[in-house]
Design a protein around this ligand. Structure first.
Ligand SMILES: Cc1ncc(COP(=O)(O)O)c(C=O)c1O
Length: 427
C-alpha cells in the first residue's frame, strides 16, 4: 500500500468517497458491539465452572484443617498463600491473599500510605502538600483513576517496547521527594502488551530516589496470560529490589480475575516481610479475614502453578483467534499506509493502536456512531488526556471472533477516513 501522505489530493478524495460508502453500509447494519473493557468472554468463564458445581464447590475444610466457613486467617489460608506465592514468585511469608479484587488492594495500600505512611515513612503521605506518582503511559486507566480520586498528582512518562522511559524516571525520582510512587504493569502491559526488560526492572530496583519511602506499585495482572506456548520472560521485581539493597521498595499485586472469574477470583499482594507485617497491622482493623471459601475453591481447582498454566492454555486457545482477527484486519487494511501503528502482544488482553496525531478521538467517536464502542479516547493517559490524541485501546476478548473482525473492519475504515480528512486539511 502507498503511504497515504504520498497520495494526490484527487486520489485521497476518491478513496474518501469509497470509504464513506462502506461506512454508511456499516451504519445501516445497526451494530451494537462493545470492545470498551478487557472482560473475559462467557466461554472463558465457563472453563472454571467446576469450581462452583463439582465437589470443589462443596468443600469447606482446607487441606490443613481450617474450617473455611468461619472467621479468621487475615493473610489467607496456608494453601492459597503457597499457591499465590509461587504464582508471583515470592516466599509464602511475603504474601497476603485477599478477597476478589487486586485493584482494591492497590487502592487500600495507597489510601493507607496517605493516612499512616508506608513502613519506612517519616510521616503519612497525606501530610504533604503534594504527593506525585509517575504514570508510564499509555497505561491502565483505573490506576490513574485511583490517583485522581485520591488527589495524587500524576506525571506522565513514556512507555517504550521494554518498559518506562528510565532516563526520565531516574531523573524525576532523584530530584523530587514528593514523587512517592510509580505504576507498573510489567508483563503484557495494559494496553500496549509490552513486557519490561531485565534492564528496566534492575534500574527501577536500584535507582536513587529522593523520597526514602518511594514505592513501585507493580501490578502483575497478566503474569501467566500468554497467547502462545511460552510467555515473555519477566525478571522478578521483588528479587531485583532485594539484590539492589532496596528490599522494601516494591508492592506486587495480582489476581485470578482473568484466570477464574473476573471480580470473583482471588486477589493477592506481595512485598518484603517488613512491608507485609506493616500492612497486616493496619488491615486487622479493616477485616476479620478474607473469603476463605473462595480461596479454598481456587486451591482445590488449580492444585498448583502447573494447574494454572494448563488452565491458561485453554484461555489462550479462545483468545488467540480474537487477537489474530484484530491483527489480520489491521495488516490487511492499514499495513504500509503510514497512518497507524499497532502492538502485536504475546499475551494480555489488549492491542494498542496509534493513529496520526490528533485523530484518535474522532476515530473512536466515528466507530461509536456506527455501533462499535471502544475505550474512550484519552483513557489510557493520566487525567484522560492523551497529549497527542493518538492512542486507541482495542479489547478483543469479549465479542466473538466474527464480531471482532466486523468491529475491526469498521475501525480500519474510521482510521482511514479520519486520517484522510486530516491530510486534506480537515475538509
Ligand atoms: C493491569 C490491570 N490490573 C488490574 C486489573 C483488575 O484486577 P482485579 O480484577 O484483580 O481488581 C485489570 C483489569 O483489567 C488490569 O488490566
Amino acid at each position: 500500500m502507498i503511504p497515504f501522505a504520498e497520495l494526490s489530493t484527487a486520489d485521497l478524495q476518491a478513496t474518501r468517497e469509497k470509504l464513506l460508502e462502506c461506512y454508511r453500509a456499516f451504519q445501516e447494519r445497526k451494530l451494537t458491539l462493545d470492545m470498551t473493557r478487557g472482560k473475559p468472554s462467557p466461554e472463558q468463564l465457563d472453563l472454571a465452572m467446576e469450581m462452583l458445581t463439582g465437589d470443589v464447590g462443596r468443600e469447606y475444610s482446607s487441606p490443613s484443617g481450617v474450617d473455611c466457613r468461619n472467621y479468621g486467617g487475615l493473610d489467607g489460608i496456608k494453601e492459597a498463600k503457597a499457591l499465590s506465592a509461587r504464582y508471583l514468585e515470592v516466599a509464602s511469608d511475603e504474601i497476603i491473599v485477599g478477597d476478589s479484587a487486586s485493584l482494591k488492594m492497590m487502592h487500600d495500600t495507597i489510601m493507607g500510605a496517605l493516612v499512616y505512611g508506608v513502613e519506612d515513612s517519616m510521616q503519612p503521605w497525606g501530610k504533604l502538600d503534594t504527593v506525585k506518582f509517575l504514570c508510564p503511559s499509555p497505561g491502565y486507566d483505573r490506576h490513574f483513576a485511583i490517583c485522581q480520586y485520591l488527589g495524587i498528582e500524576m506525571i506522565t512518562v513514556g512507555l517504550g517496547p521494554d518498559g518506562p522511559d528510565m532516563n526520565t524516571v531516574e531523573e524525576l525520582v532523584a530530584a523530587d521527594e514528593r514523587i512517592k510512587g510509580i505504576w507498573c504493569v510489567p508483563k503484557y502491559s495494559n494496553p500496549t502488551g509490552i513486557t519490561y526488560s531485565d534492564t528496566v526492572v534492575d534500574r527501577l530496583a536500584a535507582m536513587e530516589t529522593k523520597a526514602a519511602d518511594f514505592k513501585i506499585f507493580c501490578d502483575n495482572a497478566y503474569a501467566m496470560h500468554h497467547l502462545g506456548e511460552t510467555g515473555d520472560p519477566l525478571k522478578n521485581m521483588l528479587s531485583a529490589c532485594k539484590d539492589a539493597n532496596n528490599p522494601d521498595r516494591v508492592f506486587l499485586f495480582g489476581s485470578t480475575s482473568k484466570i477464574s472469574f473476573a471480580g470473583s477470583g482471588v486477589a493477592m499482594m506481595a512485598a518484603s516481610r517488613k512491608n507485609i507485617e506493616f500492612i497486616l497491622s493496619k488491615m486487622q482493623f479493616q477485616t476479620i479475614g478474607p473469603n476463605k471459601l473462595n480461596q479454598l475453591r481456587h486451591v482445590l481447582f488449580f492444585k498448583d502453578v502447573a494447574g494454572i498454566e494448563k488452565h491458561m492454555a485453554r484461555h489462550a486457545a479462545i483468545l488467540k483467534p480474537k487477537f489474530e482477527a484484530v491483527l489480520e484486519v489491521l495488516e490487511r487494511e492499514l499495513a504500509g499506509s503510514a497512518i497507524a501503528a499497532w502492538s502485536k502482544p504475546n499475551g494480555g488482553y489488549f492491542i494498542s493502536i496509534d493513529t496520526l496525531p490528533g485523530c484518535a478521538q474522532e476515530v473512536i467517536s466515528k466507530a461509536a456512531d456506527a455501533g462499535v464502542k471502544l475505550t474512550p479516547a484519552g483513557a489510557t493517559f493520566p487525567y484522560g488526556r492523551d497529549p497527542q490524541n493518538t492512542n486507541i485501546r482495542i479489547a478483543p476478548s469479549f465479542p466473538s471472533v466474527a464480531d471482532v473482525q466486523t468491529a475491526m473492519e469498521l475501525v480500519a475504515i474510521c482510521i482511514k477516513l479520519v486520517s484522510i480528512d486530516k491530510l486534506l486539511g480537515g475538509s
